[in-house]
Design a protein around this ligand. Structure first.
Ligand code: NCD
Length: 308
């Protein structure tokens, strides 16, 4: 079996199928321990540093919870303006400094490629918790874990990714990860927010079945999973363009009457208007279970990459 010790987690397309299997299996083990209330000491004596230069609720808190659950310690920067970044320090100097304190680093940064840059500056494992409109590989692993939990399989599913596919890093990573399976992908976005061509081409070259459209209604009846996303306001230069597109897709309970009875509805959260509150108590509304799954999946990642 593969091992991931000292590996950086930077992009979803870096993983082999065996590595994905190892992460999922390890996460399942931790989910069982959490359920039974078993205390883990795997990371006792280890320190995680979380550096978040963009807002976050779930990603930072679930990484920190994961580290605490593993018996480790956490040092955290939630606001760049409270650090020497505000004095003009470069990312690589900050990372080299933090490497002297921590055994593993989790970084969220507004620039595409920031995690790669950070990883080049240190031998300590760096985990990308979102690099601008680039990638969000740990989210895609918990998304994959959630689909498996909810649907019992990945192969054979029709999965619709909906919303801001241009700027949404979660869907970029999820599409890359799903390319390892026999899935039919449906990309639903307004023309201006289509999935980047580079990703569509990468999927085509891996033989993945992909259909693009702007019409959610037409795709809803065939979808096993509907993955909604927020229109990424912070990536728009023109507020009028954001206003034009912000309510492009709103999933309602009435609208879901056209969907399969077994449909799984997902969202990385935070939601704005994409899913009406009346959807929340449908059995297939999985988004809060999805965010809980962040803990065992991130426990798996932290314990797999950190040297013993
Ligand atoms: C996402 C993100 O930060 O990319 N949130 C998350 O990590 N759960 C999605 C978003 O912000 O829309």
């Amino acid at each position: 079996m593969e091992n991931l010790v000292k590996r950086d987690i930077l992009r979803a397309d870096q993983f082999s199928p065996d590595e994905i299997e190892l992460i999922l299996k390890t996460a399942r083990g931790y989910a069982g321990e959490l359920k039974r209330g078993t205390e883990s000491v795997r990371m006792r004596g280890k320190v995680l540093s979380t550096l978040f230069y963009e807002p976050s609720t779930r990603t930072r808190l679930s990484f920190e919870t994961a580290m605490h659950r593993l018996g480790g310690a956490v040092i955290s920067v939630a606001e760049a303006k409270s650090t020497s970044v505000a004095k003009g320090e470069s990312l690589s100097d900050t990372i080299r400094t933090v490497s002297g304190y921590a055994d593993v680093i989790v970084l969220r940064h507004p620039q595409i490629g920031a995690a790669e840059e950070a990883a080049r500056a240190t031998d300590v494992p760096v985990i990308n918790a979102g690099d601008g409109a680039g990638q969000h590989p740990t989210q895609s692993l918990l998304d994959l874990y959630t689909i498996l939990e909810e649907q019992g399989r990945i192969d054979g599913l029709t999965i619709a990714l909906v919303g801001d596919l241009r700027n949404g890093r979660t869907v970029h990573s999820l599409a890359d990860l799903l390319a390892n399976y026999e899935v039919s992908l449906r990309f639903i976005a307004p023309e201006a927010l289509r999935m980047p061509g580079e990703i569509v081409e990468r999927l085509a070259s891996r033989g993945v079945s992909v259909a693009e459209s702007a019409d959610l209604g037409a795709v809803l009846p065939e979808a096993d999973v509907v993955y909604m996303t927020r229109i990424q306001r912070e990536r728009f230069d023109d507020p009028a363009e954001y206003d034009r597109l912000k309510d492009a897709y709103v999933l309602t309970r009435a609208g879901l009457a056209a969907a399969k009875e077994t449909v799984t509805i997902m969202h990385p959260l935070p939601r704005v208007n994409e899913i009406a509150a009346d959807v929340d108590d449908l059995p297939g509304a999985a988004y809060f279970r999805q965010s809980s799954n962040g803990v065992p999946v991130r426990m798996a990642l932290l314990s797999l990459v950190t040297p013993g």
